[in-house]
Design a binder for this molecule. Sequence first.
Ligand code: NAP
Length: 252
Amino acid sequence: MSDSVVIVTGGSRGIGASVCRKLGALGHTVIVNYAGNEAAATDVVTTIESAGGAATAVQADVGSEQDVIRLFETADTLGTLKGLVNNAGVVDRAMRVEDMLLDRLTRMVNINLIGTFLCAREAVRRMSTKNGGQGGTIVNLGSAASKLGSPGMYVDYAATKGAIDTMTVGLAGEVALEGIRVNAVRPGIIDTEIHASGGAPDRVEKLQSQLPMKRAGTADEVAEAIVWLMSDQSSYTTGAILDVSGGRAILP
Ligand code: NAP
C-alpha cells in the first residue's frame, strides 16, 4: 500500500464519504474522520478495504484542538501525510440573525472555521518543505452560501464559508513556495443528510425546481472535483475556488 496518507475530516457521510472512497481507490491510505457516527465511518473503511485499499476511522471533533492533534498524530503512525480535505461542516436550524444565541454561533464558528484552521495548521506543519516535509495538497469545503449569504436561513453558516474562501486564498499564498497547494470547492445544493441535520429534510426536494439545472448535485459529483484538486493533475492550480453548484449563485 502507498505511503501516502490523506485525512478527510467528516469522512463518514455525504461528500466526505465519497471523497474517502475515491481516494482509497487511488491507493492513498485514508483517514476517515468522524464526529459521532462510528457505524457510518466503519462502513466507509470496510468499503475501501473490500476494494483492496487501506483506511482507518478516527473519531475527532475538528472544533477541539486536542482532538485535531490526536487525529494528526494517528495519521503520523501510518505513513507520510500528503493531503487534507477540510470537509467537516455543520448547518443549524433556519432562523434570523436577531434570534441566534451565542451557543449556536460558537458551535458554527468552532466547527466550520476554527476546525478548518486547526487541521490546516497541523497539515502545514507536516507537509511544508520549509519544515522538512514533502509537500502536499489541502482542499477546503466552502459553499455557494458564501455568495448568497443565506438570509433567513443561516447567515452564520454562510459567513463561516465566506471566511473559508478568504482563508483558502491567504493560505495558498503563504505556502505556495513550500510545496503545498490550497484550493476550495464551493458546492451548491447537494443531496446529503446535512439538510435533515439542519431541520430541513425536504430542502433538496423543495429547492431543486428553482436551480439552474433543475436538480441537486450528488456527493460523488462534488467529490470528483475535490479528488482532481488533490491530484497532481491540478499541479498549477492553487488559491482557486471551484464552484460545483450546477450554476447556483452564478447563473441568473
Ligand atoms: P453531511 O452529510 O452532514 O456529513 C457531515 C460530515 O461531517 C459527517 O461525516 C460528520 O460526522 C462530520 N462532522 C460533523 N461535525 C463534525 C465535527 N465537529 N468534527 C468532525 N466531523 C464532523 O455533510 P455534507 O453535505 O457531506 O457536507 C460536507 C461539507 O460540504 C460541509 O463542509 C458542508 O458545509 C459543505 N457543503 C455542503 C452542501 C450540501 O448541500 N450538502 C452545500 C455546500 C457546502 P458524523 O457522521 O460522525 O456525524
